[in-house]
Design a protein around this ligand. Structure first.
Ligand SMILES: [Zn+2]
Length: 323
């Protein structure tokens, strides 16, 4: 008799196995969790289940199982950020496209594992998106990340999510507190209020970028090997991730407002410590407006992904948001 699954990874693997047995695997999964302890072990386990030739799968002992474990299976492409830049470049994605559209060596599945999917540059992300949009048959994509907020939204929308960690993408303090202070301050009504909030949020983002730049510069202070270009790419990637956390922080605020409008209790709130302010703001809102707010904030993320200037995105959104 089988013992019950224990960890989150075990449970996720059991679901993966069930989907595989039922012939209903998605072609792409975004695996969210700590890379070393959760996402990578899940990927190894899932691939062993996919490629094993043993009787009870995964047997752990057949050539395929061993090749998966040693990362040398010919039908699996592993893509990791380059050591120096910590970014996945466009060249790696182009190589990948050649490989995935060929027939598999073993005549069965192919798989692509993108380790640190949040570390893919913009050009590379767009190239990768094309592959995801025209998936070759019997090719499984596993995108691993511990910072899902930094993965391009268009890529995420093509993937089924497997969440191995809870809350990996919460904005750290003091940024969270500062963001909440902006959101919770009703300020003047109308355009003046909207402009005031936009200015405050714009300032928060500029300071966030500065703080990220300082931290990344300090991290390479003694390393002559890191070029300016690489440093800038790191700062940009890290900032993009943090900015997405800010947008998510805003989204959670407006989700809380919707909860209040719909009569939800404090236990439904993501910011229970701000319940009084949320309830006050909710009084002036109807359900349609509260729901529309969420769409506006989601639109902000898409505009950021398209590289629209921050002040334009923010002013556009706050000009329309209610409450
Ligand atoms: Zn095996």
């Amino acid at each position: 008799m089988r013992s019950p699954p224990e960890s989150t990874v075990d449970r996720a693997l059991a679901s993966f196995q069930a989907a595989l047995d039922g012939d209903r695997l998605a072609h792409a999964y975004l695996v969210v969790g700590s890379l070393r302890d959760e996402a990578l072990p899940f990927a190894q386990g899932a691939l062993a289940r996919l490629f094993c030739r043993g009787v009870v799968r995964p047997c752990g002992d057949c050539p395929a199982c061993r090749q998966v474990a040693e990362r040398r299976h010919t039908d699996i492409v592993w893509i990791e950020p380059e050591k120096k830049s910590r970014v996945v470049g466009i060249d790696r994605i182009r190589d990948l496209q050649h490989v995935v559209y060929q027939t598999s060596f073993e005549g069965g599945w192919k798989a692509v594992v993108l380790v640190a999917a949040d570390r893919v540059g913009e050009e590379a992300s767009n190239a990768f998106l094309k592959t995801l949009e025209e998936p070759p048959p019997r090719c499984l994509f596993l995108l691993l990340t511990d910072a899902p907020q930094a993965v391009m939204a268009t890529i995420k929308s093509r993937c089924q999510r497997i969440v191995l960690s809870s809350e990996p993408d919460v904005l750290p303090d003091p940024w969270r507190e500062r963001l909440l202070a902006i959101l919770a301050d009703p300020g003047p009504q109308g355009l003046t209020g909207a402009l005031l909030r936009s200015t405050r949020l714009d300032k928060l983002l500029s300071e966030l970028r500065e703080s990220v730049a300082e931290a990344e510069k300090a991290a390479v202070a003694d390393d002559d090997e890191v070029s300016d270009e690489t440093l800038l790419a790191r700062i940009e990637a890290r900032y993009r991730g943090m900015r997405s956390m800010v947008v998510r922080g805003i989204l959670l605020w407006y989700r809380d407002l919707l909860m209040c409008v719909s009569g939800g209790g404090a236990d439904c709130l993501r910011y229970p410590e701000r319940e009084a302010e949320l309830r006050r703001a909710a009084e002036a809102l109807n359900h349609a407006d509260a729901f529309r707010n969420l769409q506006i904030v989601e639109g902000m993320q898409r505009q950021f992904d398209r590289n629209m200037p921050a002040d334009t995105v923010i002013q556009g959104a706050f000009g329309q948001l209610n409450g």
